[in-house]
Design a binder for this molecule. Structure first.
Ligand SMILES: Nc1ncnc2c1ncn2[C@@H]1O[C@H](COP(=O)(O)OP(=O)(O)O)[C@@H](O)[C@H]1O
Ligand SMILES: [Mg+2]
Length: 369
């Protein structure tokens, strides 16, 4: 197959994508497939990359992908494998044949349904969740509502909108509502951000006010949750109609919580433990709930389902789901699959096939009478 890998992106996780995508690109089975590389700049511009970029990262196993802004890319709605993607060269448009697109993109415009909508319009098969699941899971409130409705365990929360912080009386009411439901020991985070940006703990009225205002810098909708004292357990899931869960892992942050620095800048910010040290029964429970959580959102392809395991009560709760989790060969997602016997290269093959299968099935549906 001809696989078009998209990487970079107009997102706070642009740099992570450059590493994830390089890892994916060099682990594709080149006896079966070949690759086109398209880099998306931080401004959101798309550029086709010459083959030398692929050769460079294949030679240097530690290199991350770069983006040369030389050949702009055009997407044609209602296109085909032959011409849905075109590359401009000196005013001429050249077709870039593509059997499937692999958007190795994290966060906004990559994981939130927008690019998935573009692939649907262009009639291109793609790896990962569809438009609706991608955009739903980007919104932590909507995700929780669906899980609650499916009787799945979540962390109790209050959702607040920005206008509530802009009016003095509304703001006081909100602070009072939080205090009467949870007290002041709460965790505050934006609804539709990632990478722990804008997230913080509160312990009294003043720090709660500060935490709320900080979260509203990143989104106009926020969650105020019961602050859990919990282990952070993660579980990889792949599949379309019959998803499977792999061996759970654990993130043990050395910071107050798994904040931005613990994730990206501090090399000792967290230990990744795979497999997580859990008893058989808890592992089963994590896997069962992970699959239910995945199915309730109509996820497809792949996702990483993140949990809290309360250190005091032993209660397992869903935290969030990531539809395009970190995908370097040493990231949690592939490592948890590997712990269950699915090697990195086979995982890539698996998610490609799932993307093709979903596309073929959808193509059987009527679109007009
Ligand atoms: N209710 C909570 N109680 C305590 N810590 C939390 C809570 N919610 C999130 N956290 C901490 O913040 C981190 C980031 O929150 P998360 O909901 O996973 O958002 P993100 O999309 O930014 O990863 C979590 O990994 C955890 O360390
Ligand atoms: Mg998280």
């Amino acid at each position: 197959m001809k696989i078009t890998i998209l990487y970079g992106g107009k997102s706070g996780e642009h740099e992570v994508s450059l590493v994830s995508a390089a890892s994916v690109a060099r682990n594709i089975d080149f006896s079966k497939h070949s690759i086109n590389l398209i880099g998306i700049t931080k401004e959101g511009k798309w550029f086709y990359q010459e083959d030398s970029e692929l050769q460079r990262i294949k030679k240097d196993k530690t290199a991350s992908l770069q983006i040369k802004e030389k050949y702009p890319v055009v997407i044609v709605p209602g296109g085909s494998k032959q011409n849905a993607i075109q590359v401009e060269n000196n005013g001429k448009y050249i077709n870039l044949y593509t059997d499937i697109v692999f958007p190795v993109l994290h966060g906004t415009f990559g994981e939130d349904g927008t690019i998935q909508g573009l692939f649907e319009m262009a009639e291109l098969p793609y790896v990962g969740c569809g438009t609706m699941a991608s955009s739903l899971t980007m919104d932590k409130e909507k995700t929780k509502q669906i899980w609650e409705n499916a009787n799945l365990p979540i962390v109790p929360y209050i959702c607040a909108k920005k206008y509530q912080s802009e009016d003095k009386t509304e703001f006081e009411n909100l602070l009072e509502q939080v205090n009467s439901k949870f007290g002041y020991n709460v965790f505050v985070k934006p609804c539709c951000a990632g990478s722990s940006v804008g997230a913080s703990k509160a312990s009294d009225k003043t720090s709660l006010e500060k935490a709320i205002l900080e979260a509203f810098k990143w989104d106009d909708k926020i969650l105020i949750e019961e602050c859990v004292n919990a282990r952070e357990i993660e579980c990889s899931v792949t599949g379309n109609d019959n998803p499977v869960a792999y061996i759970p892992g654990e993130i043990a942050p050395t910071h107050e919580f798994y904040d931005y620095d613990a994730k990206y800048t501090d090399p000792n910010g967290a230990s990744l433990l795979i497999p997580a040290n859990l008893d058989e029964e808890t592992i089963k429970q994590v896997q069962t709930i992970a699959v239910q959580a995945y199915k309730s959102l109509d996820a497809s392809g792949l996702s990483r389902v993140d949990f809290f395991l309360d250190k005091n009560s032993g209660k397992l709760m869903l935290n969030e789901i990531n539809t395009m989790p970190g995908f370097t060969s040493i990231s949690m997602f592939p490592k948890m699959c590997e712990a269950a016997g699915l090697k990195y290269a086979d995982l890539i093959e698996e998610v490609l096939q799932l993307g093709i299968n979903r596309f073929e099935k959808k193509r059987e549906l009527l679109t007009s009478r």
